[in-house]
Design a binder for this molecule. Structure first.
Ligand SMILES: Cc1cc2nc3c(=O)[nH]c(=O)nc-3n(C[C@H](O)[C@H](O)[C@H](O)COP(=O)(O)OP(=O)(O)OC[C@H]3O[C@@H](n4cnc5c(N)ncnc54)[C@H](O)[C@@H]3O)c2cc1C
Length: 376
């Protein structure tokens, strides 16, 4: 289906099912409510066929351009039907499965993710291993029964809800750093996995510590080549900075508009609003080009670090305006609307951390794109 026809069909479907799709809570909702809402909306969009469009047929999709996925996420977030970050997790994890999992595994699993039947998580970061991912230590040892995994991950978003995890493990020596990493697809109900949620400063247990104690993983659950996991991580991270961020900007746009209309006249400094608006549109223009490059079959790489810096800067500028526009009451108000603005302000602090910190993105831009200094 072409993009224009897709937009018309999706919009008509959303109008028709407006009441069934809407959440049954006011404000941002609890994490449980957000996850339940996400699964409901994804399930309905999958059953209607829209969620399958833009994904390859060999993984249960209906084919077509990634621009279809970009539009679907844009409009679902613009209508406040899903939490943008959670909705976009398949944009990060499904391409990895499609490109690197055995074909039958991808065909079996990807539909479960797209339909909301399952939640998946991304087990990369460890205590002491975030930016310097190449030094990760969670160890996978080859045995006749399968890979035996021991180690700890941290900041694994939604691990307590997840049925599967894309996990990076060390299979080679630490000295071989980037070359000794292997990606695996893990069932989260495997014996030996312990998940401990961690509360973020905005009060939600959004991410977790995950402990792996003698967890046995079938040998055919390796993604790509043994010891070749570094290139999978490098391929995955640009996805985290492309369509997923396009969806996020749609959410930011809606919240900026809502803030401007909720703020009493004269409270918001027009210069601040102008700057936030300009930052957001700078990102959207950049991300539009990124979506089109993806649609043209280009491989995304380090240049998506620019997208990440732009969207994080815009997000922080927008939520910086909350106190000024809505007054100090928003810092303490118990009503769901105040609680949501407060949570979003606090969460915007994380925008320059998750998916690669702003400092690391700037290092990549300087070293790889501008050739300033060593590419380490
Ligand atoms: C909300 C949220 C959700 C997340 N979800 C997931 C998830 O689902 N799965 C997952 O695997 N991870 C997840 N993460 C973890 C995230 O990827 C890491 O937090 C991030 O990569 C930074 O790593 P770190 O926390 O270890 O910080 P560090 O790497 O220890 O960095 C600390 C500070 O030092 C700076 N710094 C580090 N190295 C350099 C350098 N070489 N040059 C300049 N500055 C440097 C960083 O920019 C940062 O300011 C999530 C994080 C957040 C906040």
């Amino acid at each position: 289906m072409e993009l224009d026809a897709f937009k018309v069909a999706v919009d008509a479907w959303l109008d028709e099912h407006e009441h069934e799709l809407a959440s049954d809570y006011e404000g941002g909702g609890t994490l449980d409510q957000q996850v339940a809402q996400l699964r409901k909306v994804m399930g309905m969009a999958y059953a209607a066929g829209f969620m399958r469009m833009g994904w390859p047929e060999r993984a249960g999709g209906l084919g077509g351009s990634n621009l279809l996925r970009a539009y679907l996420g844009e409009v679902l977030t613009a209508r406040d039907l899903v939490e943008a970050g959670f909705y976009s997790l398949p944009e990060v994890l499904a391409p990895t499965m499609i490109d690197y999992a055995p074909e039958t595994l991808a065909a079996e699993m990807v539909p479960k993710l797209l339909s909301g039947e399952e939640i998946w998580c991304q087990g990369f970061s460890e205590p002491g291993t975030g930016s310097n991912l190449g030094s990760l230590a969670c160890r996978a040892t080859h045995t006749d029964a399968g890979w035996r995994i021991n180690g700890q991950k941290v900041w694994t978003s939604l691990a307590q809800y997840a049925q599967r995890c894309v996990l990076l493990t060390r299979t080679g020596t630490l000295e071989s750093a980037h070359r000794g990493i292997t990606a695996m697809f893990i069932d989260m109900d495997s014996p030996g996995i312990t998940v401990r949620p961690i509360e973020t400063m905005h009060g939600a247990e959004e991410f977790c510590e995950v402990f792996y104690d003698d967890v046995v993983v079938p040998l055919d659950r390796v993604l790509g080549e043994v010891d070749g996991g570094w290139s999978i991580a490098m391929d995955l991270l640009p996805y985290e900075r492309s369509t997923a961020l396009w969806h996020r900007a749609s959410y930011l746009h809606r919240r900026l508009e809502q803030l401007v209309s909720a703020a009493p006249a004269g409270t918001l400094d027009p210069t601040g609003v102008g700057e936030a608006t300009q930052l957001l549109w700078a990102f959207r223009a950049r991300s539009r080009a990124t979506q089109r490059r993806l649609a043209a079959g280009e491989t995304l790489g380090s240049e998506t670090s620019i997208d990440k810096v732009l969207v994080a800067t815009a997000e922080q500028a927008i939520f910086e305006l909350v106190g000024e526009g809505l007054g100090p009451e928003v810092a303490t108000g118990d009503d769901p609307v105040s609680a949501r603005w407060r949570a979003e302000f606090l969460y915007s602090r994380a925008a320059t951390i998750y998916g690669g910190s702003a400092e690391i993105q700037r290092n990549i831009i300087a070293r790889r794109l501008l050739a300033l200094g060593d590419d380490r």
